[in-house]
Design a protein around this ligand. Structure first.
Ligand SMILES: NC(=O)c1ccc[n+]([C@@H]2O[C@H](COP(=O)([O-])OP(=O)(O)OC[C@H]3O[C@@H](n4cnc5c(N)ncnc54)[C@H](OP(=O)(O)O)[C@@H]3O)[C@@H](O)[C@H]2O)c1
Length: 294
């Protein structure tokens, strides 16, 4: 029996969709924080287990009878390491055999600019210390996050200005990473595993600009900028200082090559080549591109 946490979230949705194609529904359970968001899971007939990473009793109940738990990393910065520890402890107590986790694939955790990422590596250590077999998915930066970085379709008009230098990213679609995670979880093995789930190539924001130019038929430029000038621009647009520093953290890590490692694992687990950047952008911006055609 596999329990997928964060089940109302986006990557878990892809995981559950793939699991449902491969396992009887009686072998899948979904951990849900907010039942109001779970109507689709309920309609599918999944075994819903309600609770929160902060609520130890709910975790104890949810992990009963579970062999494998997929812990989807939480969203609350500063609280996540303890929340993940709560899930690890409850899993161990309940006799769970394998714990899987959504970490990040970054070249050198010791030199990261984005402090948010340290929480993933602390969680990896806690999982390894638990003694349970583990599957760690070191996920690539979601290709789906590109609109957030470039200001959505407004980036088509303004151009893309980011402090990412000519850094490259092994972007992969979130849905494909979820599909690959499910495929890995149904493969029976007693070994602990670490998979880096990345695209088959890397791309820079200059590539993003070039492909978006080709897809829209309008010239979209990428202009690398220093972090301080970028911060001043965003401040003028009224963005919160914490949000600005977070984006600069992501971009600095890209500039310094933290996101540019490529692995074959995603392709192997999918059984096909992952969607490349140009095809991915046409999916991500499908609505805008269609609206522009009319
Ligand atoms: N690789 C990347 O580029 C990248 C980018 C962004 C995020 N991430 C990480 O990957 C995770 C999964 O991504 P996603 O796109 O699926 O995110 P998402 O759609 O925001 O899903 C996160 C899920 O975690 C649940 N959750 C958060 N805190 C919880 C808590 N305290 N107790 C129980 N459940 C909790 C959320 O519940 P609700 O639905 O109730 O909110 C949601 O279902 C994110 O949470 C984040 O850690 C990775």
């Amino acid at each position: 029996m596999i329990l997928v946490t964060g089940a109302t979230g986006q990557i878990a949705t892809a995981v559950i969709t793939t699991l449902l194609r491969q396992l009887p529904i009686s072998q899948i359970a979904a951990f849900v924080r907010n039942p109001a968001k779970a109507s689709q899971l309920q309609a599918q007939g999944l075994d819903l287990r309600i609770g929160s990473y902060d609520d130890l009793d709910s975790l104890d109940r949810a992990l009963q009878g579970i062999d494998t738990v997929l812990l989807i990393s939480g969203t609350e910065e500063g609280k996540r390491v303890q929340q993940h520890q709560n899930v690890i402890d409850a899993a161990k107590k309940a006799g769970v055999k394998r714990i899987a986790y959504t970490s990040r694939n970054l070249r050198n955790p010791a030199t990261l600019a984005n402090t948010l990422m340290h929480e993933h590596f602390e969680t990896e250590e806690a999982i390894k210390a638990s003694g349970m077999a583990y599957t760690i998915f070191r996920n690539a930066l979601y290709m789906d996050a590109i609109p957030q970085f470039i200001g959505g379709a407004r980036g088509f008009e303004r151009g893309i200005t980011l402090p990412a230098g000519d850094g490259n990213v092994a972007f992969a679609l979130r849905s494909e990473q979820g599909e690959a995670m499910a495929n890995a979880l149904v493969q029976m093995s007693n070994e602990s595993q670490i998979y880096a789930l990345t695209g088959s190539e890397t791309w820079s924001f200059a590539d993003v600009a070039q492909y978006l130019s080709e897809l829209t038929g309008q010239a979209i430029a990428y202009t690398p900028i220093e972090g301080s000038a970028f911060a001043a621009n965003l401040k003028q647009r009224g963005l919160d200082e914490q949000v600005i520093q977070r984006i600069i953290g992501f971009m600095t890590d890209i500039k310094l090559g933290q996101e540019d490692q490529v692995s074959a694992s995603l392709e192997t687990l999918l059984g096909r080549k992952p969607v490349d950047l140009k095809a991915g952008l046409s999916i991500i911006f499908a609505e805008t591109l269609q609206a522009n055609e009319h």
